[in-house]
Design a protein around this ligand. Structure first.
Ligand code: ADP
Ligand code: MG
Length: 266
């Protein structure tokens, strides 16, 4: 049993505190959904956990089985068992998918000779065309193909925890179902723990969350079961201050209207 533990995490980006105290514990085999409006800090959370530069941790901690993740470079976090499926997957010209995964296997002392067969079987599970396997990582792939590529890498690498940053964006219904099912299966096949960031509940029809959190205005505003995702689908985020966005001038639109064009002084 592994544990991804985030405590009191506060993160500043470009001089602004985006995350203002996040507490989350994900255990092996569990699926936690983090839902929230645009700009609430969901990607910031995924980036700071994986180690993207430019995010200043002001306070708090993030650990995997007691290992302090925040002290490690991104590649060490990956070796510790953390995986990130990016909202906007990075293109890596000149590097083939199989080469990348073989290198990852070697770097963590695993038998890289298994990689080509694993790649083929994972590709078949999610309907990722064989011809796409020949391309450089994410280069010349459509948005949906990139998301499937991320899912394929997850299946081959078998991390302990996966952060999925809007895996559903850009995927059509069939591809979404295939990817969500693959990841749901991973929670039992290799006891994967999942932090699934999304603002729609459709991903969660196949990838069944044990816990649903609402992230808004820098904090977890509510935590509940799958029924919370269904409720958000009906009500939106208004109850969590969704309308409380600053516009470019720093003014706030009137709470409750959700109308970005509303007169802020009305
Ligand atoms: P979400 O993924 O929930 O839509 P993000 O975490 O991407 O939100 O962004 C949260 C806020 O932080 C937004 O207001 C965004 O503009 C700001 N932000 C994120 N990254 C940066 C950055 N590198 N520089 C400046 N502002 C950023
Ligand atoms: Mg985002």
């Amino acid at each position: 049993m592994s544990e991804l533990r985030i405590e009191g995490l506060r993160v500043r980006v470009a001089g602004r505190e985006i995350l203002q105290g996040i507490d989350l514990v994900v255990r092996s085999g569990e699926v936690h959904a983090v839902m929230g409006p645009n700009g609430s800090g969901k990607s910031t959370l995924s980036h700071v956990l994986m180690g993207k530069p430019g995010y200043e941790v002001v306070a708090g901690s993030a650990s995997l089985d007691g290992t302090d993740l925040l002290a490690l470079p991104a590649w060490r976090r990956a070796q510790a068992g953390l995986f990130l499926a990016q909202q906007y997957p990075t293109e890596v010209p000149g590097v083939g998918l199989v080469d990348l995964l073989e290198e990852a296997f070697r770097a963590s002392g695993r038998d890289a000779s298994e990689v080509p067969a694993l790649v083929r079987s994972e590709a078949a599970r999610i309907g990722f065309g064989e011809q796409l396997l020949e391309r450089a990582v994410n280069v010349d792939l459509s948005g949906g193909e990139k998301k499937r590529n991320e899912t394929l890498q997850l299946g081959v690498l078998r991390p302990r925890f996966a952060i999925l940053d809007e895996l559903d964006s850009g995927l059509d219904v069939d591809a979404l179902r295939a990817c969500a099912r693959r990841i749901e299966a991973a929670t039992t096949e290799f006891d994967l723990g999942v932090l699934a960031i999304t603002h729609y509940s459709r991903l969660l029809n196949e990838l069944r969350p044990d816990v649903v959190h609402v992230l808004a205005r820098g904090r977890i505003q509510a935590t509940g079961g799958p029924e919370l995702a269904a409720e958000l689908e009906r009500t939106g985020y208004a109850a969590y201050g969704e309308a409380d966005h600053e516009d470019a001038s720093g003014r706030r639109s009137p709470a409750g209207t959700g109308d970005p064009f509303a007169d802020p002084l009305a």
